[in-house]
Design a protein around this ligand. Sequence first.
Ligand SMILES: [Mn+2]
Length: 193
Amino acid sequence: MRSFVAERTTAETSIRVEVRLDQEAGGALQTGLPIFDHFLAQLSFHGGFYLDVEARSFDAIRHHLVEDVGIAIGRSIDSALGERRGIARYATVTLPMDDALVRVALDLGGRPYARINLAPADGDSIEGLEVALVRHFFSSLVTTARICAHVDLLAGNDAHHCVEAAFKAFGRAYRAAWALENPGLLPSTKGVL
Ligand SMILES: [Mn+2]
């Protein structure tokens, strides 16, 4: 079972994250921000992995909370992936949700990079969660997890649809990229990731 528990407490937040890559969904999501819990549930369900998040804010600053959750999930994924032996490594998913169309292309090759092109025309926040903060979340998560991610909003206006489609597309792409394809084989000609 590829899994990891990340725990981090600072003056700003206290975060506990557990991921189990090979367990279909499950886990509780308690960040104190219902809309964020809702989006994390999409990530876990469509990613086909167990995700448990318990997050507390001490300073009531959403930026700190959302960023720290992203870092903790990224750290858990990086550790759970281990040597990354046997994984498919690459995945690209284009996912529609009503007016929204989002493409997520991933390389789990160990080199961190994030280009998050996600700026819906209608609205820059959803139920109090800023779209800019969502971009920061994805960026913090993938760079901490040493993943290269290119995210593009190809169509769509409604901010909720666009952001939800991005979480679902990320989930589907993760599931495909860390799927065990060639047991024992490192997916690189360099012999190391
Ligand atoms: Mn920040």
